[in-house]
Design a protein around this ligand. Structure first.
Ligand code: NAI
Length: 256
C-alpha cells in the first residue's frame, strides 16, 4: 500500500480519485478547503504552508504520490492563485516528501481549456513565478470583460510548468514523475451550473465537443490519474494527457 495525498478531495474528480485509491488499499490523505484530513486554503501562502507542515506530521516525511485536484473556475484572480500557484506550491512543498517515498509520482489536473485562448500576460507571469503580477494581469482581464481567460490561462500555465519542471534534476533526477491529466467536460459541482442552463450548456458543447460518450463522470477520470500515480508508470513524465472524449483531437486536428 502506498501513501497518497490528494487535494480537492472533498468533491468531484479529487473525491473520485481519493475513493479509488482507498478502494485499492492505499492510504489517502485528503486535503480541501473545509473538509478532510487537512483543511487549508491553497489560494493563500498560509494555507499552502499549513498543508505542507501538516502533511509532514501525518506522514513522518514520506509520500509516494501527490495528486492536485483543487481548482475553481471563477472569473476572478483567485482562479490563477489556486489553480496554478496553489498546485505549484503544493508540489514544490511536498517534493522532499516524495523524494523520500517509493516510486514517487505527482499528477495535476489540467484542462481541455488550456488549448483555448488565454491571456498571455497572466500565463507569462505565472510561468515566471510572479504571483502578484499574475493576479494583476488576471484582474485586468476580468476588468475588461475577459474573465473567462483567467481559467484557461491558469490551466495553460500549469500544463507548461509541468512540462518544464518534470525534466529537471529536482524531479526527473530524483525519480519523481510529474504529469497533467487534462479532462474535457466532467459533470461535477464545478460545471453543473453551466450544464443546467440551456444557454451556457450550448456554449460549453460548442467549445468542448466530446464525440466519445459525451460529458464525463469523475469516476472516468480517476483511473488514469491513479495509473499515472502508480509504480506501473515507469516512463511517462512531463506529459499532458487529454482524457476528453476526443475534444483535443477535434479542436486541434493535426496540431501536436
Ligand atoms: P469540484 O468543484 O467538484 O472540486 C474542487 C474541489 O476543490 C472542491 O472540493 C473545493 O472545495 C476545492 N477547493 C476550492 N477552493 C479551494 C481552495 N482555495 N483551497 C483548497 N481547496 C479548494 O471540481 P472538479 O470538477 O472536481 O474539479 C477538479 C479539478 O479538475 C479542478 O482543478 C478543475 O479545474 C479541473 N477540471 C475540471 C473539469 C470539469 O469539467 N469538471 C474539466 C477540466 C478540469
Amino acid at each position: 500500500p502506498r501513501t497518497c495525498l490528494v487535494t480537492g478531495a472533498a468533491s468531484g474528480i479529487g473525491h473520485a480519485t481519493a475513493a479509488l485509491l482507498r478502494q485499492r488499499g492505499h492510504t489517502v490523505i485528503g486535503a480541501d478547503l473545509h473538509a478532510g484530513d487537512i483543511r487549508a486554503d491553497l489560494a493563500t501562502d498560509e494555507g499552502r504552508a499549513a498543508l505542507v507542515a501538516r502533511a509532514r506530521e501525518l506522514t513522518g516525511g514520506r509520500l509516494d504520490a501527490v495528486v492536485c485536484c483543487a481548482g475553481v473556475a471563477r472569473f476572478d484572480p483567485v482562479t490563477i492563485r489556486l489553480n496554478h500557484f496553489g498546485a505549484v506550491a503544493t508540489l514544490d512543498g511536498l517534493l522532499p516528501l516524495l523524494a523520500a517515498g517509493t516510486a514517487p509520482r505527482a499528477v495535476v489536473v489540467g484542462s481541455i481549456d488550456s488549448v483555448h485562448p488565454t491571456d498571455p500576460e497572466t500565463v507569462a507571469a505565472a510561468l515566471a513565478g510572479d504571483e502578484a503580477a499574475a493576479v494583476a494581469a488576471a484582474r485586468a482581464a476580468v476588468d475588461r470583460g475577459e474573465g473567462h481567460l483567467v481559467y484557461s490561462s491558469s490551466k495553460a500555465a500549469l500544463s507548461r510548468w509541468v512540462r518544464r519542471t518534470a525534466v529537471t534534476d529536482a524531479w526527473a533526477g530524483a525519480g519523481v514523475t510529474l504529469n497533467a491529466v487534462a479532462p474535457g467536460v466532467v459533470v461535477t459541482p464545478l460545471t453543473r451550473p453551466l450544464l443546467d442552463d440551456p444557454a451556457t450548456r450550448a456554449l460549453v458543447e460548442r467549445a468542448v465537443p466530446m464525440p466519445l460518450h459525451g460529458h464525463a463522470r469523475p469516476e472516468q477520470i480517476a483511473p488514469l490519474i491513479a495509473w499515472l500515480a502508480s509504480p506501473e508508470n515507469a516512463l511517462v513524465t512531463g506529459q499532458v494527457v487529454f482524457a476528453d472524449g476526443g475534444a483535443d483531437a477535434v479542436l486541434r486536428g493535426d496540431g501536436t
